[in-house]
Design a protein around this ligand. Structure first.
Ligand code: 5GP
Length: 120
């Protein structure tokens, strides 16, 4: 079985985080090290380490993550100007926490999607 990360403790409210949304399938909380004025992580309540581990039974939770993203963007007042959703998978993408999460970033123009190879 995959090892729990700090995100499981946040979901169970065992350690503090600024939770902005929670329902039966997903939890969303502010990133501890924000890269934009709005930087929120949306995670499934059950542990799925990476996109490579996604199974058909995860479909509802993964769909709910997208629905939550749209709701939270409205809540944050960034829906009209726009925002970016990012999911990193494994080392080359820079995944640090092995509990699938969607970054919701906005509140300023975000620039091009990818950093140049020289920047990483
Ligand atoms: P990744 O690089 O895995 O896609 O993103 C992990 C994100 O989790 C990073 O943006 C990092 O700042 C955030 N993060 C790591 N530990 C914590 C934590 O304990 N609390 C919160 N709120 N965010 C965290």
């Amino acid at each position: 079985m995959a090892e729990e990360t700090i995100f499981s403790k946040i979901i169970r409210r065992e350690i503090s985080a600024d939770i902005v949304y929670q329902d039966d399938l997903v939890t969303a909380f502010r990133d501890i090290s924000p890269q934009a004025p709005t930087h929120i992580l949306i995670v499934p309540n059950t542990l799925i380490p990476t996109v490579n581990d996604v199974q058909p039974e995860h479909e509802q939770a993964l769909g709910r993550m997208m629905i939550a993203a749209a709701k939270i963007a409205q809540q944050e007042g960034i829906a009209e100007e726009g925002y970016r959703l990012v999911v990193n998978c494994n080392r080359h993408a820079g995944q640090e926490v092995y509990h699938i999460h969607m970054h919701l970033l906005g509140g300023r123009p975000l620039g091009p999607l990818l950093a140049c190879e020289d920047d990483v």
